[in-house]
Design a protein around this ligand. Sequence first.
Ligand code: N01
Length: 522
Amino acid sequence: AEKTTRKTHPTTTATPVDHLIVGAGFAGLAAAIKLDEAGERDFVVIEKDSDVGGTWHVNTYPGAECDVPSQLYSYSFALNPDWSKVYSPQQEIWDYTKRVAEESGVLDRFVFDTAVVDATWDETAQRWRVTVSTGSTNETRQYDARTLISGSGGLSEPRLPEIDGIDSFQGEIFHSARWNLDVDLTGKRVAVIGTGASAVQLVPELQKIVSHLDVYQRTPNWIIPRNEREFTGIEKALFRHVPGLQRAVRAGVYTTLEGRVPAFARFPALLKVVERQGKANIRKAIKDPELVAKVTPDYRAGCKRILISNAWYPALAADNVDLVTDPIAKITGDAVVSADPSTGSGTTERPIDVLVVATGFYVTEPPIAQHITGRDGRTLAEVWDEAGMAAYKGTTLHGFPNLFQIVGPNTALGHSSMIFMIESQVRYIVDAARTLRREGLAAVEPTAEAQAEWTATIRERMKPTVWTTGGCASWYLDKFGNNTTLWPGQTFTFRRHLSRFDVDRYDTYPQAPITVAEEALA
Ligand code: N01
């Protein structure tokens, strides 16, 4: 039989590793645990921050909580009987990820405070050449990896607003996802720009402590009541001792949320029910008709993420809060200046001590894509800039062999838990790793045809959805107007598509045969 092995690379001092995983959030951690379980133990997880937890480690803004029910916000293989409430706070979720990481015995292969600066596919060696840089020293190091598994997160790179004069602001300024815990906001005059999911959680907390708060709203969101309650001691004890019961509760929550998909994906008119709930939520807290008008959206619910809060509207109605809907003209050394849109002239200057920008993330142009170079020498950012984000099954990419993206294009959800999607993708990736080993392959790459078919099907299915027809602009859409972020169906359908690694839709590359010279050296 032909003797095959991978070619050694003569010049590099790179650390060889089978799998290089980027990110230690829910995605990267799941990949590490499941590869380990599958016997694929030769991996390294690179994490740019100082701990596991990803978004739940870095988002420390006041009021940070999960708007997906706790019962669904854990891995299926590590249920958490101890959730304190129906919707978990950030610290509890972060603690959960730390606990799972410790108990799974994979942390010895995690490298923290280290970011990927370059990942380039080496066509000759059929390996990823990855350069990473370590935080404080900026020291760089190389890895030579068979597969590159990105779990870098869809909402991880803060987007700062491009507002005239913002750099001249003299007070403290920070993004919601980079909260400055050293700044005490008590008694301060604060402005918050943005009214998305992050702002809706943090504004009510700030309102309680600041002297005055200006909230700058560009577009109102549909916000429905949050049915929050604490789990009782009895419930927690039952969940602990009868895991089957917790699984049943979890299945119930899952099924309820999946029941909403047809409204988002096929029959957006049904979402009028949500609009009624949203309007009632407004009326309950706000009496001033002018404010009611300002906060009532003019597009179909669901077009942007539907938010849940009992505290947002009462906070806006409080005496120390002004909701400003005039567009921001500029920022000065100590104030935000808004323009009067009706006259086109005239400005109002509102002085502040601290500016919080809750303006979201780079979603459809993820910065990590600039650092990944594929088979033909083009970066992922260049490829996506030309045609929009796309990947086969949201996970693998033509032109980028052995690259696996967790939470890739069209895998995000507006209605349920991302952890379900992450686990579906991780199963697929582990099966791919097994396939590589079993078949003695150096690399797999989805065919152009497979990826094009998958993308075309998604684009078609997006047409009747509320995200396309709902009459709003949202971060789900890219610069071409395509929704390249959300999965347009039931999550169990996604899981079925990824239930096994379908190697027949891939170009496969055999391990390079050992050369005569190498054999002589061996
Ligand atoms: O960010 P966003 P986010 N001038 O992009 C406004 C997840 N998440 O951090 O709507 C003025 O939603 C922008 O206005 P507009 C969740 O998936 C989950 O709040 O574009 N305003 C908008 O109001 C969520 O959807 C949880 O007109 C500007 C806001 O800033 C996603 O993260 C909690 C502006 C940005 O809203 C992002 O949420 C929190 C400008 N130049 C977040 N630029 C959970 O509980 C932007 N805006 C799980």
